[in-house]
Design a protein around this ligand. Sequence first.
Ligand SMILES: Nc1ncnc2c1ncn2[C@@H]1O[C@H](COP(=O)(O)OP(=O)(O)OP(=O)(O)O)[C@@H](O)[C@H]1O
Ligand SMILES: [Mg+2]
Length: 253
Amino acid sequence: MPVVELRRVTVTYHTQSGEARAVQDLSLDVEEGEFVSLVGPSGCGKTTLLSLIAGLVRPDEGEVVVGGVPVRGPNRLVGYMMQHDHLLGWRTVLDNCLLGLEVQGRRTPANVERVRGLLAAYGLAEFVDRFPAHLSGGMRQRAALVRTLALDPQVLLLDEPFSALDYQTRLQLEQEVSQILREQRRTAILVTHDIAEAVSMADRVVVLTRRPARIKREYAIELSPRRSPVEVRELPGFSRYFRDIWRDLDVQI
Ligand SMILES: Nc1ncnc2c1ncn2[C@@H]1O[C@H](COP(=O)(O)OP(=O)(O)OP(=O)(O)O)[C@@H](O)[C@H]1O
Ligand SMILES: [Mg+2]
């Protein structure tokens, strides 16, 4: 059974200047443990799709189902990591990562230890008691990932989480994040503008049309055995996916 099901969803935003349809009759299933990348033109409705799954936006038509249960609002099954880390400057790294658990009344000694362990595992042991201002951009994103994983979500939504980083840090984080998510067999949906990132991290790439978002094409990425995102870029089949997806996006400009 899929963990995430979008069943013929349509979303329309109502603004002062009128109505803007962001998603049109779109259906998508994501299986447990699957890593799906969403790519599409700017403003086509990618963030809206993640917000639907997170329960932050309601569809006008259709249904969103997560873990077999219709989504009626924000819920614990889904973790959302955004482009900007939204770390709070006045809280230490550890306290930032515990925020979600705190809100849920689950800041227990066992959970504090678990989160310390996550921070250490992701190279932030020395920064646990420091403030976000002391962290580099890559470290901040890692802390934001720990904060999201601390809630142990069944589904992880990643909205351009690396796009504000320099290229080298970005590649390094792609490696780390994909390793972490694969080890833990997490279900993840990544929105990115970067075709290479989309192909190298995912099991499947879904290409969206211009707004309102519909599915234009899907690619099952068969570059197995699974390697790191940097190694995958060097595999013979990689450039074919890159070219095809580039063409799908290009014809829409
Ligand atoms: N809260 C909102 N109110 C009104 N219109 C909105 C709202 N959020 C998004 N939109 C509009 O809906 C469309 C889709 O927006 P969305 O943010 O989902 O696109 P996106 O693909 O994530 O864009 P980007 O590539 O810039 O991140 C856009 O035209 C946007 O202007
Ligand atoms: Mg967006």
